[in-house]
Design a protein around this ligand. Structure first.
Ligand code: PLP
Length: 421
């Protein structure tokens, strides 16, 4: 029996999850690699793009390409409306109170750099402490390290248990009156651990600190509600949630964004500019969006969120959990394979090492069989060092992956391991 058949998710109110039909939205999934059907399991690095999102670019550049906000002509109006419409879609997607709290950036990385250079530069100094979880992607580590070198505050690390779950007792102990900021991902890209960010936000706030949540790996897989989490800042990238590269989102509480200085200057972000009297800045969100933004990309991100909402994040999450369980079971049957990151709450990411087979070799050879997995440190070197490895293989799943693909992946992996051992 084909595993790509229609399945019924647990929640009765949802339509059956028809993965075969949903795959038709993705032209790339029909391609071959080295003469084999593509099995794309590198979704934590970037997800593939549905045709309606791809079509946004031809439509935008073919029909209404214009610079936004200041033009009085029809094309500028249409482009502005589509751009600001996408902002509203993002607001609804993360349940932000206001679209003024949604800032478009180049990606998650730029969003962290924005907060570090604007909020961080004006609120942190020697004697302060910033807590960063051991699970963080470099994007939520390095901007803080760069700033710490200049401002002299201290970075402390929230440790992890052996299963890759954060040590919440250690976190509680690290929170003091010196803590100004907590940096944590909602879902770890390296291990898939889902962190208790709501509880962490509450504890941070009790200590008088803010929390910045990296949602790059959460937004594609589960419903995000920034109000429920009570996140001060929440960040994600377009290209991991079925959208294009070159666009990301920073959500920030209005009360914080209002008093933060701009971090980049230029057009779009000003109210008035004068050599005599200096510059006054535009209202939110434009204060943080200097220059011409990635207009088509933002509109395409809005479309990607439409696609995700149409399929349903709950349905996607349930499907991916089935893929996670199945792939974990299958991988555990391979001799000498060790999964890193086995926390109780996990998203659809499986990171593993294989005795006697280097991750890079596996990645290269399995590609010859049409299977795309990621190998390396996953931009989480501190975490991997902590677990005593330099690299892992990582399979990460998206809405369109199937059990058949996992079968191909595991069979291919067995072949590759036999070749290198
Ligand atoms: N945070 C996490 C958890 C990620 O997985 C990534 C990308 O892999 C990033 C941040 C950085 O995202 P981007 O490269 O799109 O800025």
């Amino acid at each position: 029996m084909s595993h790509t058949a229609v399945v019924t998710p647990q929640s009765a109110h949802q339509a059956p999850y028809n993965v075969a039909k949903l795959r038709e939205d993705f032209p790339i999934l029909k391609r071959e690699v080295h003469g084999k059907p593509l099995v794309y399991l590198d979704n934590a690095a970037t997800s593939q793009t549905p045709i309606e999102v791809i079509n946004v670019f031809a439509d935008y550049y073919g029909r209404y390409n214009a610079n936004i906000h200041r033009g009085l002509h029809t094309l500028a109006d249409e482009a502005t409306e589509a751009f600001e419409g996408a902002r509203e879609k993002v607001r609804a997607f993360i349940n932000a109170p206001s679209s003024r709290e949604v800032i478009f950036t180049r990606g998650a990385t730029e969003a962290f750099n924005l907060v570090a250079n604007s909020w961080g530069r004006t609120h942190l100094s020697a004697g302060d402490e910033v807590l960063i979880s051991m699970l963080e992607h470099h994007a939520n580590i390095v901007p803080w390290q760069l700033l710490a070198q200049q401002l002299g505050f201290t970075i402390k690390v929230i440790p992890v248990h052996a299963d890759g779950a954060l040590d919440m007792n250690a976190y509680r102990a690290l929170l003091t009156e010196r803590t100004r900021l907590v940096c944590v991902n909602h879902v770890s890209n390296a291990f898939g651990t889902i962190n208790p960010v709501k509880e962490m936000a509450s504890l941070a706030h009790q200590a008088g600190a803010l929390i910045i949540v990296d949602g790059a790996q959460a937004a594609p897989h589960q419903r995000v509600d920034v109000q429920d989490i009570d996140a001060d800042f929440y960040v994600f990238s377009g290209h991991k949630v079925y959208g294009p590269t070159g666009v990301g989102v920073l959500y920030g509480k209005q009360s914080l964004l209002e008093v933060m200085p701009p971090w980049q200057g230029g057009g779009e972000m000003i109210d008035t500019v004068s050599f005599e009297h200096g510059t006054t800045f535009a209202a939110l969100p434009h204060k943080f969006e200097a220059g011409t933004p990635a207009i088509a990309e933002v509109i395409a991100l809005g479309k990607a969120l439409d696609w995700t909402e149409n399929v349903g994040l709950d349905a996607i999450g349930e499907w991916e959990q089935q893929l996670l369980t199945y792939s974990t079971q299958q991988l555990q049957t391979i001799d000498g394979l060790r999964i890193l990151g086995t926390a109780e709450h996990k998203a659809a990411v499986v990171s593993f090492v294989v005795e006697g087979a280097h991750a890079q070799d596996i990645g290269l050879l399995i590609d010859q069989l049409g299977v795309a997995v990621r190998t390396g440190h996953h931009c989480a070197q501190p975490l991997l060092h902590h677990f005593g490895v330099e690299a892992t293989c990582r399979a990460s799943f998206a809405a369109y992956n199937t059990r058949d693909e996992i079968d191909i992946f595991v069979t291919s992996l067995r072949r590759v391991i036999d070749m290198v051992r």
